[in-house]
Design a protein around this ligand. Structure first.
Ligand SMILES: Cc1cc2nc3c(=O)[nH]c(=O)nc-3n(C[C@H](O)[C@H](O)[C@H](O)COP(=O)(O)O)c2cc1C
Length: 329
């Protein structure tokens, strides 16, 4: 059956959906190319948007691009197309992360399409969550979502959560002693009305959430000791509900899988009414990352830590306009 060609409005809308994905520091380290000749999207890493200190291996960059790739798949399914993905298709070009060809409308994936309403509703929430426990069936569905993408999502027990919180605390200590960490943070944060209004990337001050007055939730303070006018203080949960997302191996291909799994979990969680935030803090220091893993789980490499629960969903953060990230050939 012949596949109708995509019109350019649809191409633009699909990329706009893709870029709603989370990325480290909201750096949006992706570039898209659409080739009319064969109706294929190319997703490339934008290394000018890498975060050399916190993410020297570009593992986090791959996670963000994997999340954008997952959104593109969801948006394609919503548009009635079947996305056919080839990860790292050119061994000579490691920056070409994936190609996505949109096959015909006959067999599109309704499970993927069902996640579409969450694509623009998902936001990182750096607010306190309530103590309400996440029901086991919801946790099981989130773990199943990760598994569908070739990753594992586990919910550490109370003992391991306390270990994780100690490790995040250690990472905060490492950062506090590293002037390069503060410099990098400042490069990607936008404080004050003018900076916020002009920003199309980075983390705006209104997304920092309240200053932590008490509690042990691992929510990074992007204000980095700077005063933010009008910012409240709040008590966060003492026993946060955390999940570890990991993969068996730790290569770029696994990072892209983990990014897709991350977004599948986040969208599923959003559909299920959960608020979410992420922390990669303890994973940014190699001497701390190895200890994040639950020694009793078969998970090889932890790729990201999720905090889940019930609370405010977090605000929408800026994205670069599609014309800056999409080339049409
Ligand atoms: C690999 C990766 C690491 C991240 N690490 C953190 C983190 O340590 N702390 C945090 O608050 N948010 C973290 N985030 C979330 C981003 O800051 C967030 O996605 C970005 O600012 C865009 O905002 P949004 O998620 O609301 O769209 C991370 C996201 C990714 C993809």
């Amino acid at each position: 059956m012949s596949v109708p060609a995509l019109d350019m409005r649809t191409v633009t809308a699909l990329v706009e959906d893709a870029t709603a994905a989370p990325s480290m520091y909201n750096a949006q380290p992706w570039k898209f190319r659409f080739r009319r000749a064969d109706g294929t999207f190319h997703l490339c890493a934008d290394l000018e948007r890498a975060i050399p200190r916190a993410d020297p291996t570009t593992r986090g960059l791959h996670l963000g691009c994997g999340a954008a790739l997952f959104n593109l798949r969801v948006a394609a399914a919503h548009a009635g197309r079947q996305p056919v993905v080839d990860l790292l298709p050119d061994p000579a070009d490691p920056h070409l992360l994936a190609t996505v060809r949109l096959a015909g409308p006959a067999s599109y994936d309704t499970d993927l399409a069902a996640l579409y309403p969450a694509v623009h509703r998902r936001h990182t929430s750096r607010h306190p969550f309530t103590d309400e426990e996440i029901p086991q069936p919801i946790k099981d569905a989130l773990s199943a979502a990760a598994l569908l993408e070739g990753a594992r999502l586990t919910f550490p027990d109370a003992w391991h959560v306390q270990t994780l919180l100690d490790l995040v605390h250690d990472a905060e200590g490492h950062d506090a002693r590293d002037p390069a960490a503060s410099k990098e943070l400042r490069r990607w944060t936008r404080i004050g009305v003018e900076a916020v209004d002009a920003a199309t990337d980075g983390i705006p001050d209104y997304a920092f959430g309240p200053r932590k007055y008490g509690g042990r939730a691992p929510v990074r303070d992007f204000a980095d000791r700077h005063a933010v006018p009008g910012r409240d203080a709040a008590t966060f949960e003492n026993v946060p509900q955390l999940a570890l997302l990991g993969t068996a191996e730790d290569r770029p291909r696994d990072w892209l899988r983990a990014g897709q799994a991350l977004e599948r979990v986040l969208l599923r969680a959003t559909v299920d009414g959960l608020a979410t935030s992420l922390t990669s803090h303890a994973l940014e220091w190699p001497d701390i990352r190895w200890a994040v893993r639950d020694p009793r789980s078969a998970m090889g490499f932890v790729q990201i830590v999720l905090r889940l629960g019930y609370g405010p969903s977090g605000p929408r953060t800026p994205r670069r306009p599609v014309r800056e990230v999409l080339d049409i050939e």
